[in-house]
Design a protein around this ligand. Structure first.
Ligand SMILES: [Zn+2]
Ligand SMILES: [Zn+2]
Length: 106
C-alpha cells in the first residue's frame, strides 16, 4: 500500500477519482472530519485569520489510494486539512477548473 503524500494539485486526477471524491464528500466520515477542522479553526479562516471559514482545503491528498477507501480515511489526517474563507481558497487555486473548486467546497 502506498500512502505517500503528494503536493496539492500536482497529480492529474481522473474522472473516476473525482467521482469517488465527490461521493466521499457526502459521507458522515467526511462531515465529522470537516466539523473537527472547523472546530479547530474557532470561527476564523486558517489562511487570513480574519474572515469566517467556508470550506476545507486539502494541503495533500492521500496518494495511491482511492478516495473514501479505508486506506484513504486512515491516511487523511486533520493536519492536512485547513478551514479557509472563499478568498483564501481562491488564492490557492489560480486557474484551476471549476470542477476542482466545486469539489473542495464540499
Ligand atoms: Zn481567509
Ligand atoms: Zn483547495
Amino acid at each position: 500500500m502506498n500512502t505517500e503524500l503528494i503536493p496539492h494539485g500536482l497529480q492529474a486526477k481522473s474522472q473516476s477519482w473525482w467521482a469517488l471524491y465527490d461521493v466521499y464528500l457526502q459521507t458522515p466520515i467526511w462531515a465529522e472530519k470537516r466539523r473537527r477542522v472547523f472546530e479547530r479553526a474557532r470561527g476564523l479562516c486558517e489562511g487570513c485569520g480574519v474572515r469566517r471559514p467556508t470550506c476545507i482545503h486539502h494541503l495533500h491528498y492521500p496518494a495511491g489510494v482511492l478516495p473514501g477507501s479505508k486506506e484513504w480515511i486512515r491516511a487523511e489526517k486533520l493536519f492536512d486539512l485547513v478551514a479557509l474563507c472563499d478568498c483564501c481558497h481562491a488564492d490557492l487555486h489560480p486557474g484551476k477548473d471549476h470542477l476542482e473548486i466545486r469539489s473542495f467546497a464540499g
